[in-house]
Design a protein around this ligand. Structure first.
Ligand SMILES: Cc1ncc(COP(=O)(O)O)c(C=O)c1O
Length: 356
C-alpha cells in the first residue's frame, strides 16, 4: 500500500499537551483511505487530523454501518514504542467488517498504517502509566438514503494520549447487573465492534450512573441468566484466590484481546483460568459465601478494572474486602509489564517500533 504523506502547516502542528483526558485529546495527524466498489481501497494518506466533509445523507449517519477498534501504543523504558497484538486487533476489525457487510482490509496494510502513523506521531506516546490510544474506524459513505450496504467506505485511524480509563485510577468500581435491558443477542451483532452496540447501551449506562454505578453488567438476552460482559470490558471471577473463570464466547460477547491474553498468561503465573457459562444467581451466591474472592473487568482501555460491588434486583453484593485484590493486581502488573516492555515478552504479543 502506497501512503501519501501530506505535510502539515504550522497552524496544524499543536504541541504535545502535558495533561489529557481519555478520548478527548488527539494528535496532529490521521490515516485515511477510501473504498469504492470498482476501485477497491485507494488514496491512502497520512495528513492533518481534521473534520470530514460528508453529505447529510451519508449512509453512516442514518443506518449506523460503522465499525471501530481500540488498541494502544506503549512507551518502553528504552524509549521505543510497543504495539500490543496489532495483528489480532486487525483480524477482529475484519471480523466486525464482515458482520456489518463492509469490505475487508488487508491486515498487513492496516497494521502498516498504524505503525507508520505511530512512528510519525511518536512524540505523542506518553510515558507509563499513560499510553497512546489508537482508534481505527470504518464508516459507510454513500451519500444517499436507502437501507442497503453502502458501496463506498472511509477507513481512518486517529491516535491520542490517554491516562487511566477510570477517573479513580486502578480503583475498584461498582457495577449494576441489568435484569431489564440487554446489550446483544446471539445471532445479533454483539461479537462485532459496531458503533450501534454502544449506542444501544447508553440509555442503561446513564441510568445506572445516576444510581452511583460505574458500569452495567449484561446478561444473556434469551434467558437473562448467564453473565456476558461489562461495559466495554469482558469480565472474570476469581474463586478462592486461584481459579479464574470468564464467560464462554457465545456469539453475543465481544472476543476481547485482553481476555484472550489473560487466558494464556494466567496459568503461566500460577492461576488456573477457564471459560464457562456463568449463572448470575450462582455467581452472586458464590460472592455471598466468599468463594468468589475477586471480580474484575478486562479490556484494552482499563487493562484490569477490579469490581467491588454488584447490585442486582435491588440487592447489593459487596465483593471481598472492597479493595483491588491480589490476583487483579498481579495480572495487571504481569500484563502491563509485557505491554510496556519492562519484561521480556515470551508470547510474541508486542511489536516494537524503533523511534530513537
Ligand atoms: C463490548 C466490549 N467487550 C470487551 C472489550 C474488551 O476487548 P479488548 O480486550 O480487545 O479491548 C471491549 C473493548 O474493546 C468492548 O468494547
Amino acid at each position: 500500500m502506497e501512503v501519501t504523506v501530506v505535510p502539515l502547516d504550522a497552524t496544524q502542528l499543536k504541541p504535545v499537551p502535558t495533561t489529557f483526558k481519555f478520548g478527548s485529546t488527539f494528535s496532529n495527524r490521521m490515516f485515511t483511505r477510501v473504498y469504492s466498489a470498482d476501485g477497491g481501497w485507494q488514496d491512502a494518506k497520512i495528513g492533518p487530523y481534521e473534520p470530514f466533509n460528508l453529505a447529510p445523507a451519508t449512509a453512516v449517519f442514518h443506518y449506523a454501518q460503522e465499525i471501530f477498534e481500540g488498541t494502544k501504543a506503549y512507551r518502553r523504558p528504552d524509549g521505543n514504542v510497543n504495539l500490543f497484538r496489532p495483528w489480532e486487533n486487525a483480524r477482529r476489525f475484519n471480523a466486525s467488517a464482515e458482520r456489518m457487510r463492509m469490505p475487508q482490509v488487508d491486515v498487513e496494510d492496516h497494521v502498516g498504517a498504524i505503525v507508520q502513523l505511530v512512528e510519525m506521531e511518536h512524540e505523542w506516546v506518553p510515558d507509563a502509566p499513560a499510553s497512546l490510544y489508537i482508534r481505527p474506524t470504518m464508516i459507510a459513505t454513500d451519500p444517499a438514503l436507502g437501507v442497503h450496504a453502502s458501496s463506498g467506505y472511509l477507513h481512518f485511524i486517529i491516535v491520542g494520549p490517554v491516562g487511566s480509563y477510570f477517573s479513580s485510577g486502578f480503583q475498584p468500581v461498582p457495577v449494576y447487573i441489568s435484569d431489564q435491558y440487554v446489550r446483544a443477542v446471539r445471532g445479533g451483532t454483539g461479537a462485532a465492534k459496531a458503533g450501534g452496540n454502544y449506542a444501544a447501551s447508553l440509555y442503561v449506562s446513564e441510568e445506572v450512573k445516576a444510581k452511583g454505578y460505574a458500569q452495567v453488567l449484561w446478561l444473556d438476552a434469551v434467558e437473562r441468566r448467564y453473565v456476558e460482559e461489562v461495559g466495554a470490558m469482558n469480565i472474570a471471577f476469581v474463586y478462592n484466590g486461584k481459579h479464574i473463570v470468564t464467560p464462554s464466547l457465545t456469539g453475543s460477547i465481544l472476543p476481547g484481546i485482553t481476555r484472550k491474553s489473560l487466558l494464556q498468561l494466567a496459568p503461566d503465573i500460577g492461576y488456573e483460568m477457564s471459560e464457562a457459562m456463568i449463572d448470575v444467581e450462582e455467581m452472586l451466591a458464590d460472592i455471598k459465601s466468599g468463594e468468589i474472592t475477586e471480580v474484575f473487568g478486562c479490556g484494552t482501555a482499563a487493562v484490569i478494572a477490579p469490581v467491588n460491588r454488584f447490585e442486582y434486583k435491588d440487592i447489593v453484593y459487596d465483593i471481598g474486602d472492597k479493595t483491588a485484590g491480589p490476583v487483579s493486581q498481579h495480572l495487571f502488573k504481569a500484563l502491563t509489564d509485557i505491554q510496556y516492555g519492562r519484561v521480556p515478552d515470551p508470547y510474541g504479543w508486542t511489536h516494537t517500533i524503533e523511534v530513537g
